[in-house]
Unconditional design. Structure first.
Length: 293
């Protein structure tokens, strides 16, 4: 299996640990990663409201670059995946939009005919590689750990588009966590948003949402939180100190991991190659438990 890797702006500008872990684990699972030369921002967060046609052009351009390679796109970002899905769907159904974007793409000698799909890394791991193959690679199972799965809203919303997981009961991330030997049980707050989407305009509300969820997860007895979205990770992993100050509660302290980091650990890959020293949350104790298995 070979895909054009599209990390997305957030991963390439600040969430380096995500890309590091992906580039370590996927080749060991039989995935070849091609570079998408010339790729740019998908435009979802930057232009979706201020310039809808500009947003759709930027997304269509990346799809066209992958189509020129005859490859599907593998994206790590929930927002980017939603952007690819939305624009591909709109171009398929709207002849006028397709004509407008196609004319703009021809200026760069590009074209998009709908042959390239955008797959989220969750789909590649769960649906393409499969749990059985992942299980074969496990050297250090995560025994004795109960980890809360946080898929992130756009993996199962909006429901008018086909999303990587079930809109009413997303469970693929939970199943992938269990494949590593850990427990991952449901909890009432599982589908609640991290607040990242409103963080630029309502920072306090965003931190209240994220802090409330972390408090609940800890009270449910989980050993850590696992996500697969860089925007969710940025909030949950990077801003726990601010949440502690906001809630006047220093117990809001929980290890937060990208799934690919834990996958790499369980495969026997050294922590430094998975970018674990870049995590801001207190992950050291859980890492030690895994390495002792």
């Amino acid at each position: 299996m070979r895909y054009a890797l599209y990390p997305g702006c957030t991963v390439q500008s600040e969430q380096y640990e995500y890309e590091m872990s992906v580039r370590e684990v996927l080749p060991k699972l039989g995935i070849q990663l091609a570079e998408l030369d010339g790729a740019g921002c998908c435009g979802y967060l930057s232009y979706r409201v201020s310039s809808p046609i500009g947003w759709k052009y930027l997304t269509a351009r990346n799809l066209a670059l992958a189509e020129a390679l005859s490859l599907d796109i593998l994206t790590l970002c929930n927002n980017c995946h939603l952007s690819f899905s939305r624009v591909a769907n709109d171009m398929e159904k709207d002849d006028e939009l397709r004509k407008t974007l196609s004319e703009a793409l021809t200026i760069e000698g590009l074209e998009y005919n709908g042959r390239t799909r955008a797959l989220h890394i969750l789909e590649v791991l769960h649906d393409q590689i499969g749990r059985a193959k992942i299980a074969e690679k496990i050297e250090k199972p995560l025994k004795g750990l109960n980890l809360a799965a946080h898929p992130g809203c756009y993996l199962f919303r909006p429901t008018d588009l086909k999303r990587p997981d079930n809109g009413k009961e997303p469970k693929k991330l939970d199943e992938l966590i269990r494949t590593l030997g850990a427990e991952s049980s449901d909890y009432p707050e599982k589908l609640e948003c991290c607040g990242s989407t409103i963080s630029r305009v309502q920072e306090k509300a965003s931190l209240l949402m994220a802090g409330s969820k972390l408090k609940a997860i800890k009270e449910h007895g989980f050993d850590g939180l696992v996500t697969i979205c860089p925007h969710c990770f940025r909030i949950f992993d990077g801003r726990q100190l601010e949440m502690q100050n906001l809630f006047s509660d220093d117990s809001i302290e929980l290890p937060v991991f990208y799934y690919t980091q834990l996958l790499g650990l369980s495969m026997g890959i050294p922590p430094e190659k998975l970018g674990l020293e870049l995590n801001n949350s207190p992950v050291e104790g859980l890492i030690e438990r895994v390495l002792k298995n």
